[in-house]
Design a binder for this molecule. Structure first.
Ligand code: EPU
Length: 293
């Protein structure tokens, strides 16, 4: 292993294929890939990379990301170890690690009779990823319940971001630090049974309107103000449009599904085609929600 990673041999791998770490299951390798086991190890690794000028990208569950076929240079870090996935409830406060699955946070809150996060049922990914892009639905988003977050800056310093520093908007978050270590959500007391019913309803609606169990990564484009990107793509007549193994989904047009033999390049070309057609036919410029590395 390269000299600059002395001492990190146990947690860093070279040329790690990233496809298997993403929902699209596409794309090339990461030059370096690390799964630290403790917070101290993570901080030390962030510092080392900073000193050496090696760029770091944080990967969550890979459910909102497309990796290019050529892969990514530098270090990719995933907070998969138990130290980053802790979940605790105290009164109305849920404290959850950035590496924990959002779905676990949602169901834990519901079972404890805490309302707020149930609208997020069915959204894949980690809590860190959800906060990074303020994941949400028409009924709510994670940011509106988040009062505090512990983060690590690019230089390795740990900071607390409290209410005054936190601002969330549609698929936008003021947290621009490298790592989201954990967050506190302040929820509302409610009846666990009614909450569970609301959650189930939301889940049924989602299952009926979106492709589940396919190789895809959620909505590709953000909704332009006051309208739905899915509806625009649908109205432009683009459902079923295919490039190579990438197809605009028939159930929800804002999803691209990767079929066998699909490459990241197919998805990228289909994204360009959809964007161009929606611009020409509907007069609207679509902005990506999906992250591309
Ligand atoms: N529609 C169509 N054709 C389609 C898709 C949708 O006509 O192919 C119409 C629907 O009939 C509906 C309207 O568009 O009248 C809105 O559709 P939907 O309720 O499915 O919501 P959306 O605006 O397309 C947003 C989020 C989803 C989230 C749903 C449910 C964005 C980009 N998308 O979709 O989030 O699950 O609301 O709350 O904000 C994601 O962010 O990855 C994502 C999937």
């Amino acid at each position: 292993m390269t000299g600059f990673l002395n001492g990190f041999e146990n947690i860093v791998r070279q040329s790690e294929p990233l496809a298997m770490h993403t929902w699209f299951q596409l794309g090339g390798p990461a030059e370096y890939f690390a799964e630290p086991e403790t917070v101290d190890q993570l901080i030390a690794l962030v510092r080392r990379c900073h000193e050496e000028g090696v760029a770091i990208r944080m990967l969550g569950q890979g459910s909102n990301i497309l990796i290019r076929d050529e892969g990514v240079p530098g270090m990719v870090i995933r907070l998969s170890a138990p130290a980053f996935c802790d979940l605790q409830v105290q009164g109305r406060t849920l404290t959850v690690g950035g590496g924990a699955l959002l779905g676990r946070a949602v169901t834990t809150a519901v079972h404890r009779g805490l309302a707020g996060l149930e609208t997020l049922i069915g959204i894949p990914g980690t809590v860190g990823g959800a906060l990074h892009g303020n994941a949400g639905t028409h009924s709510g988003n994670i940011g509106q319940w988040t009062l505090q977050a512990t983060v690590i800056a690019v230089g390795g310093e740990v900071h607390q971001r409290s209410t005054e520093e936190l601002a969330f908007d549609y698929r936008q978050s003021s947290i621009d630090d490298l790592v989201i270590l954990d967050a506190n959500c302040q929820l509302e007391e409610d009846n666990p049974r009614e909450l569970a019913q609301r959650m189930q309803k939301q889940w049924i609606v989602k299952k009926a309107s979106q492709p589940m169990g396919h190789q895809s990564a959620g909505c590709v484009f953000k909704n332009p103000r006051g309208t739905s990107a899915g509806e625009l793509i649908d109205d432009a007549g683009l459902k079923g449009t295919r490039i190579g193994g990438a197809v605009v989904n028939e159930r929800h047009a804002n999803f691209i599904v990767a079929e066998p033999e699909c490459t990241a390049q197919d998805v990228l070309r289909l994204i360009d085609l959809v964007r161009g057609q929606v611009r020409d036919r509907m007069g609207v410029e679509l902005e990506l929600e999906l992250e591309i590395w």
